[in-house]
Write a protein that binds this ligand. Structure first.
Ligand SMILES: *[C@@H]1O[C@H](CO)[C@@H](O)[C@H](O)[C@H]1NC(C)=O
Ligand SMILES: *[C@@H]1O[C@H](CO)[C@@H](O)[C@H](O)[C@H]1NC(C)=O
Ligand SMILES: *[C@@H]1O[C@H](CO)[C@@H](O)[C@H](O)[C@H]1NC(C)=O
Ligand SMILES: *[C@@H]1O[C@H](CO)[C@@H](O)[C@H](O)[C@H]1NC(C)=O
Ligand SMILES: *[C@@H]1O[C@H](CO)[C@@H](O)[C@H](O)[C@H]1NC(C)=O
Ligand SMILES: *[C@@H]1O[C@H](CO)[C@@H](O)[C@H](O)[C@H]1NC(C)=O
Ligand SMILES: *[C@@H]1O[C@H](CO)[C@@H](O)[C@H](O)[C@H]1NC(C)=O
Ligand SMILES: *[C@@H]1O[C@H](CO)[C@@H](O)[C@H](O)[C@H]1NC(C)=O
Length: 579
């Protein structure tokens, strides 16, 4: 309030001084600055200039203070002398300033350690004999820059419903002089407030400084959930307005939900049997409302699914969904503040494959060399692909039919039909079928011929493939053991070798309802075999000898000339040798 005037006064004061220094008049002129500003604790200096006409000199200079009208009581607004200055000395009066004041060479008054109480008027009075007495007044303005304002938002939260003139925040700035002003700002813009929207108060601290505070009351809307509020403290300094801003704060705004969103997570097109599915209900209200979930039953009635829902977070979790989880779901929200209800529905589609079955044509039994057609079928709301694999997972064909011809025992007898829904990743089912190819036993291995010795205990082995499982029959007595591996069956017969066995060997026979097969095992005496080997060796030696002798005879006859020779030279030689 005093600031504007103070600034003007300051300017005027210096203007007068300049004027007086440069222009001489005919009467005694005393001048001091109209205003001197000093921060509390600093030293204030007030210069006093004077002009005495006709080369006269002053006889004394007196400094006084007077309390200003607005602060003074009727008894104290008379001037109080601080000191009396003559050419030779400075006499300090016994006042509160005695210790703090000093007068310089230039007769300027200095007051150190300025306090709030020093905010008063000081008077320089000059006495100059015949020129009379002149005086000039200076307003000493003391100031203290306020502390940065501290803002405290309403932490309780404000509902938009009864928000008229709700307390938004409180702002306080301490220790200023003179008292500072506070303004309020929302999102950077100053609020134009009615009288009842701001409660300003100020207190005078024991130090004489002022602390100011302001409480902002305003109406909040839903949008104010994002608003930033701050307060600013304003003060004057050397004719200039200055400001200090508080931090920006937000307030909690309560507002009812306007929209509800209900979603299937993950996205509903891809839900399949066995998945864990979440129905997520979201509201734009604050605080979040109370949620409840319902499912429409076959009778079109809505059934609450309270036990499955985490009502606080608005999430309904369905573990391991199946076909019967499909249907229409509803989320309802209830705002406890204003009791408004909102609802939203979503359709859940659970994709599935069911009823996978395989048909065989002919149904059974299958014969070796015959053929079979396998047909695979399943139910699903989405398109399906079919694949056939054997028991080792090897692919045998595509499509819902598989034709197998030239059936053998080796044809894989466990087949799988895998049903895949290409549009729903991960959705598949499979069904295994057994193909039993029936046929007459086929002997695949025998231990023949077998070299044995008389009285030795040996094993005779026969192995066959057949289905159904055949029985094994041996033509000789012994201890039989059977080993079965899938369609293969092997039999070991442990026997002691005797003359009869060596002579006749043994027969193994496999038989099932499709027929029988038998094979003969030949036993050879290792000794006889060795003897016959000896005979052969002798025979070979004899043969070599015969050839050698024969060779010698032929040679002899040749030399005798009994065998005619084609060349004369050779005959000569023959003649010579014969002499
Ligand atoms: C003032 O004093 C100065 C020298 O001290 C002198 O020159 C001047 O004339 C005097 N003026 C008057 C008006 O006495
Ligand atoms: C404080 O408010 C008063 C009254 O509105 C005004 O006169 C004064 O200039 C203000 N001070 C500042 C520093 O803005
Ligand atoms: C589907 O799941 C529900 C609950 O998990 C169960 O009670 C029901 O028997 C299931 N239905 C089928 C067809 O599997
Ligand atoms: C089935 O066997 C016949 C005769 O042995 C042969 O000609 C034909 O190629 C075989 N078919 C298949 C699919 O192996
Ligand atoms: C075929 O399946 C049956 C029963 O599922 C099983 O006992 C048998 O070992 C399987 N055969 C093969 C060769 O995997
Ligand atoms: C003969 O077969 C029996 C039973 O199969 C077996 O325990 C034994 O080790 C076999 N003997 C020989 C010499 O292989
Ligand atoms: C059956 O006999 C043969 C020949 O002696 C032997 O090598 C084989 O190990 C026997 N089989 C079994 C399973 O003992
Ligand atoms: C097998 O043994 C039985 C008695 O144990 C006997 O009657 C039969 O003649 C024997 N068969 C052969 C081929 O040795």
């Amino acid at each position: 309030m005093a600031g504007g005037r103070r600034a003007a006064g300051l300017a005027l004061g210096w203007g007068c001084c300049l004027l007086l220094c440069c222009a001489a008049t005919s009467k005694l002129e005393v001048s001091t600055p109209a205003v001197v500003e000093v921060e509390i604790g600093d030293t204030a200096r007030i210069e006093c200039n004077f002009y005495i006409p006709g080369n006269g000199s002053y006889s004394y200079i007196d400094w006084f203070y007077v309390d200003r009208k607005e602060t003074a009581t009727p008894h104290t607004n008379s001037p109080v002398r601080l000191c009396h200055v003559t050419d030779s000395e400075v006499l300090k009066d016994d006042t509160e300033y005695k210790e703090r004041l000093s007068v310089g060479e230039d007769k300027a008054l200095s007051i150190s350690k300025v306090t709030v109480q020093d905010d008063r008027t000081f008077v320089c009075q000059v006495g100059a004999g015949s020129s009379g007495v002149g005086e000039s007044h200076t307003e000493l303005h003391v100031y203290k820059v306020p502390e940065t304002p501290v803002i405290e938002p309403n932490t309780g939260g404000i509902s938009v419903h009864n928000s008229a003139n709700s307390q938004i925040a409180k702002c306080e700035s301490k220790n200023s002089f003179p008292p500072a002003n506070i303004t309020w700002h929302k999102n950077g813009e100053q609020l134009d407030l009615q009288e009842n929207q701001m409660r300003y108060s100020r207190t005078r601290e024991s130090s004489g400084l002022h602390s100011v505070s302001s409480i902002l009351f305003d109406t909040v809307t839903r949008e104010d959930r994002d608003s930033h509020y701050h307060c600013t403290v304003h003060y004057w300094l050397r004719g200039q307005r200055h400001t200090l801003e508080s931090q920006k704060v937000q307030i909690t705004v309560f507002y009812p939900a306007e929209h509800l969103k209900l979603q299937v997570v993950p996205s509903s097109a891809l839900v399949k049997e066995g998945d864990n599915v979440k129905l997520v209900c979201e509201s734009d209200g604050n605080p979040p409302p109370v949620f409840s979930f319902y499912k429409r039953g076959l009778d079109d009635k809505w059934q609450e699914l309270s036990s499955l829902a985490e009502t606080d977070s608005g999430v309904l979790t369905l573990h391991g969904v199946n076909k019967s989880s499909s249907g229409l779901y509803r989320c309802e929200s209830l705002d406890l503040d204003d009791m408004t209800q909102l609802e939203k529905e979503v359709e859940l589609v659970v994709n599935y494959i069911e009823g996978v079955h395989v048909e065989m044509e002919p149904s059974s039994p299958l014969r070796e060399g015959g053929s079979v057609t396998l047909s695979c079928d399943a139910h699903s709301p989405v398109a399906l692909d079919y694949q056939w694999t054997d028991e080792k997972g090897r692919k045998m064909g595509d499509g819902n039919q598989l034709f197998l011809s030239n059936l053998t025992f080796e044809t894989p007898n466990n087949l799988s039909c895998k049903v895949v829904a290409p549009s729903v990743p991960g959705l598949e089912q499979s069904k295994q079928v057994s193909l039993a190819v029936e046929g007459k036993p086929r002997i695949v291995a025998i231990s023949s011929p077998l070299y044995v010795r008389q009285d030795e205990v040996v094993n005779l082995t026969c192995k066959a493939i057949a289905f159904p499982r055949p029985s094994v029959h041996w033509s000789v007595n012994g201890t039989a053991h059977e080993y079965v591996d899938n369609q293969h069956i092997a039999s070991n017969l442990t026997v002691r070798v005797n003359r009869d066995l060596l002579k006749a060997g043994a027969m193994c026979r496999f038989s099932n309802k499709m027929g029988d097969s038998e094979k003969h095992i030949q036993l050879l005496d290792q000794k006889t075999a060795a003897e016959s080997q000896g005979v052969i060796i002798v025979a070979i030696i004899v043969a070599i000898l015969v050839v050698a002798v024969l060779g010698a005879v032929i040679y002899f006859l040749h030399k005798k000339g009994k065998i005619p020779c084609g060349r004369a030279g050779k005959q000569d030689i023959a003649k010579n040798t014969s002499i």
